[in-house]
Design a protein. Structure first.
Lengths: 219, 219
DNA sequence: CTGCATCCGGGCCGATACTG
DNA sequence: CAGTATCGGCCCGGATGCAG
């Protein structure tokens, strides 16, 4: 990508990761180190030449490192992209209200908005283990000591198991849907939902329609 | 921009703001509401048709609103881009070590990395007012109650006045340069630098060369 | 002068084919 | 499995035009 030519930290960050697909590559590598084919699988639709080119550039810039068996992983600096990516995902979370048929979904992607929604408010709050079954492969979310951890696979002894279509499970996690509505939409809830509500950031919501709604109320 | 077609909060955020120049437009609008020409001035090099197109799209997506005198401003949702932008700027801050001659600079841009570096650690810490003179127009940074505020113009009674080339002033703010080195590089410091050090986030540094440095030390 | 729209050359993007 | 090669098309960048 052509540089913006500005002595500005944001512009310089975008000089590195502002290209199309680049931040999504970082998303995949934040979940786990990846081989080339893993990245292709996690980034449906990416042209192979573009993936190769991005990886070369990211390696040159010190964001990504390749080991001897051509496995790609983030450098320490690259791992620090977790914060901006989670913040961006949180900003985009209000767009998750419904899932289009044309959209692809992987339950690991839930990591990003959810890590922000439930992240770091109170280090003394009670721990909670939630198993999420929104596609073929379950994922487990562990909340403990103010930290959020996602890992693939089912939980050994979950406090809560959420099963259902992705958009409905997201609605439950975000608090947009209550249990009754969610079950009407095809979800099933095993365990008690109430502990979740105390663990959310208070300010997580308010999407693009918020302003519309307000102007509409003015009339 | 073409959609990534993923039911993923990050991908959906990038569907909206992932285009080239878009996040820099948001940066300018976070600093203040802008007229079209203000945006052109704050985004050197942006093609005029592209700016017009981006603004139209951002308005359609509910990120930007235009008033009757064609002044552009962020919607409430758009203002929430402050967090991801500051996080990205913080990620890019290690690239600010030196300024190329070809790069343009505006002191207002310091808001973004600096707001993150000094932001929100302890609400009880002592307030501090710093006047920064790194180009024609001074800016003032106010630290109080764990919040960071930037505003254009000089300070009434600053605790600290930093004057010098942008990269040197950035080095002082970030702590990369001490007073002596900074003065050798053309900066002047009025007041006591020491209070700054206690106000920085402890983990703000470590850029792309960190891993290189470490491997070099291994040899 | 401000606030765009139009036009055009070049490069990046996207899809497919192909190779060690 | 891990990419490279190729090619059409669209987006980006720069210049210019033009209405209020």
């Amino acid at each position: 990508m052509r540089s913006y030519g500005q002595y500005c930290a944001l512009a310089k960050a975008l000089d590195i990761v502002g290209d199309r697909w680049t931040l999504l590559i970082a998303r995949e590598l934040l979940l786990r180190p990846c081989r080339y084919s893993d990245l292709q699988a996690g980034l449906p639709g990416i042209p192979t030449n573009l993936l190769a080119g991005r990886l070369r550039q990211l390696e040159e810039d010190g964001v990504v490192a390749v080991d001897e068996r051509s496995r790609y992983a983030l450098t320490p600096w690259g791992e620090q992209l977790a914060e901006p990516l989670q913040a961006l995902a949180r900003w985009g979370a209000p767009l998750m209200d419904e899932m289009e048929d044309s959209e692809t979904f992987r339950s690991e992607w839930l990591d990003f908005p959810v890590a922000f929604i439930f992240g770091g408010t109170d280090p003394d709050r009670p721990p909670l283990t939630v198993e999420i079954r929104a596609d073929e492969s379950p994922v487990t979310m562990e909340l403990a000591r103010g930290e959020v951890h996602f890992r693939p696979g089912a939980a050994l002894s979950p406090d809560l198991v959420l099963t259902g279509p992705p958009a409905v499970v997201v609605g439950l996690l975000s608090g947009r849907l209550d249990q009754k509505h969610a079950e009407d939409l095809g979800a099933s809830v095993l365990g008690d939902l109430r502990p979740l509500s105390g663990l959310r950031r208070p300010d997580w919501l308010s999407g693009p329609e918020a302003s519309e709604r307000r102007t509409r109320m003015k009339r």
